[in-house]
Write a protein that binds this ligand. Structure first.
Ligand code: GUN
Ligand code: ZN
Length: 432
């Protein structure tokens, strides 16, 4: 057993449901007890310290705030080297930058080196769980899971299914995509803290046969995820209409093949009709809000209030490399602005909820992660109130916790992450 002493903050429920006051728990001088990779206890240092056996090591973090590890509900590990590519919107961006970069993952050594760097980058940014696109190559999934397993991280990933409208070197076919997914599911799903996601890229790059088989996989193995893209870009939506003229809207393509439900996560969902919002909500599906990507690719503005009004589970995603930062603090910075443009406010505690417990709930992992309640995985981040001169200066003038949290999400990024813990072990420590 060991303990961490610092200010502690975590969410207990959605502020939208219980109100801001009751949504979180804060200990100004708190203690977090960790045993066997799980949270054993959390509370005020003054009351818990006298109860600890003498041999328990207590690590003190000064000028710091401990929060749960961030959850990224949509990211592409093979697109790390595509980040910050100039000048295009979605469909041209895929052809020009993304497909060539993904082609290189046929080489397992390339995939391994990329997976290693990618996971380090997530941890440097305080993200301890992510829902991750690999590439069409099964070896890209093996490389990713092997590296995640080495660090004992809770991660979700899957092989991309893509049997049309993509370059030859990135295409599978309906049968091989199904067979290869099955092999990977049996190898990785439920191993340690790893989970598998059936991953058709998006409707335009799968034939009806492939989507049918994706649905079959979901029925064959319990607890699988479905991970894809939905209604991100206007030209994409027109293309879906041409390819599937018999379906009433974009979401109906996925619905027709039985791909909606608990653990189905749709990235973006920007341009949706009421019927699509309703079906997402009633089916228990989730949508990943990816603000840095939506702005960078010029896709549009995500309407959080509308989706939540329909009872849709919403998580936060970086969508690297369409997105421009691995930092969920930076995603929140951009989320705040996306909502401002629509007359909506993102309260700092709601923002923390989206990056932690809300993401966990979108992934149906809120029994395991998302906050620091006893019994949950000890995945947490130590944020540094003095990470930069400007942040230190601004925080000195902040009077309330909310003000501090807001400044952290607007001014903070990887520099604000002093240390990251996964299953109770330190997996990243910032230099200096
Ligand atoms: N739609 C289909 N593929 C992709 C992708 O790789 N990134 C984004 N942002 N949208 C997509
Ligand atoms: Zn994406």
């Amino acid at each position: 057993m060991h303990a961490h002493r610092a200010a502690l903050l975590h969410c207990l429920a959605d502020p939208r449901v219980v109100g801001i006051e009751r949504s979180c728990q804060y200990f100004e001088d708190g203690l977090l007890l960790v045993e066997d990779g799980k949270v054993a206890q959390i509370g005020d240092a003054a009351s818990l310290l006298p109860t600890l056996p003498a041999e328990v090591e207590v690590v003190e973090h000064r000028d710091a705030l401990i929060v749960p590890g961030f959850v990224d509900t949509h990211i592409h590990y093979p697109q790390m080297d595509v980040i910050a590519s100039y000048g295009t919107q979605l469909l041209e961006w895929l052809e020009t930058y993304t497909f060539p970069a993904e082609g290189r993952f046929a080489d397992p050594e390339h995939a391994r080196a990329q997976a290693r760097f990618f996971l380090e980058e997530l941890l440097r940014n305080g993200t301890t769980t992510a829902l991750v696109f690999a590439t069409v190559h099964p070896q890209s999934v093996d490389a990713f899971f092997e590296e995640a397993q080495r660090l004992d991280l809770r991660m979700i990933a899957g092989k991309v299914l893509m049997d049309r409208n993509a370059p030859d070197y990135l295409r599978d076919d309906a049968a091989s995509g199904y067979d290869e997914s099955k092999t990977l599911i049996e190898r990785w799903h439920g191993k340690g803290r790893l989970h598998y996601a059936v991953t058709p890229r998006f409707a335009p790059t799968s034939t009806p046969e492939q989507l049918e088989l994706a649905g079959r996989l979901l029925r064959e193995y319990p607890g699988l995820y479905l991970h894809t893209h939905l209604s991100e870009n206007r030209a994409e939506i027109e293309w879906v209409k041409e390819l599937f003229p018999e379906r009433k809207h974009y979401l109906d393509v996925y619905d027709h093949y039985h791909l909606l439900g608990a653990r189905s996560v749709f990235a973006h969902g920007i341009h949706l009709c009421d019927d699509e919002c309703r079906r997402l909500g009633e089916s228990g599906s989730a949508v990943a809000f990816c603000p840095t990507s939506n702005l960078f690719l010029g896709s549009g503005l995500f309407d959080l209030a509308r989706l939540e009004g329909h009872g849709v589970r919403v998580g936060l995603g970086t969508d690297v490399g369409g997105g421009t930062s691995f930092s969920q603090l930076q995603s929140l910075n951009e989320a705040y602005k996306v909502l401002q443009l629509q007359g909506q406010q993102l309260d700092p505690l709601k923002a923390l909820y989206l990056a932690t417990l809300g993401g966990a709930r979108a992934l149906y992992l809120d029994e395991q992660i998302g906050n620091l309640q006893p019994g949950k995985d000890a995945d947490f981040v130590v944020l540094d109130y003095k990470a930069t001169p400007l942040l230190a200066r601004r925080l000195e003038q902040a009077r309330s916790l909310e003000e501090k949290l807001f400044a952290l999400m607007i001014l903070g990024d990887d520099r604000a992450v002093k240390e990251t813990f996964a299953a109770g072990r330190s997996v990243h420590r910032r230099e200096s």
